[in-house]
Design a protein around this ligand. Structure first.
Ligand SMILES: [Cu+2]
Length: 110
């Protein structure tokens, strides 16, 4: 009986260790369910090769962020084609918690 129990436990441990874990759970913890924030700012610099944009943004009260100038990554760098340095913009981003906050949408305010 004891032997049977040990085999049962070993089988259970084996089954658990091979339970598939989806890639998104590993590489993008919370990103899929993270809230997107909207803010306004001005484009200071654009680095399309790096997929980054530097924005002087207004305060983001939901995140307790004061107004500041900082870099954001852009999820899809083709988004950088619609903005130019000096443009006032409105943008949506997620705060990934690791690396730069990631802009999901940016558009010039005109
Ligand atoms: Cu900031």
């Amino acid at each position: 009986m004891k032997r049977y129990l040990m085999i049962a436990l070993a089988s259970l441990a084996f089954a658990i260790s091979f339970t598939p874990v989806y890639a998104n759970d590993i590489h993008h913890p919370k990103a899929e369910v993270q809230k997107a924030y909207t803010a306004k700012g001005e484009v200071i610099s654009i680095d399309k090769a790096a997929g980054n944009v530097e924005l002087k943004h207004e305060a983001v009260t939901e995140l307790n962020w004061p107004a500041m100038t900082m870099f954001f990554s852009v999820a899809d760098s083709s988004q950088l084609d619609v903005i130019s340095i000096g443009d006032p913009v409105e943008f949506k981003f997620v705060n990934t918690g690791g690396g730069l906050p990631s802009i999901t949408n940016v558009k010039p305010l005109k």
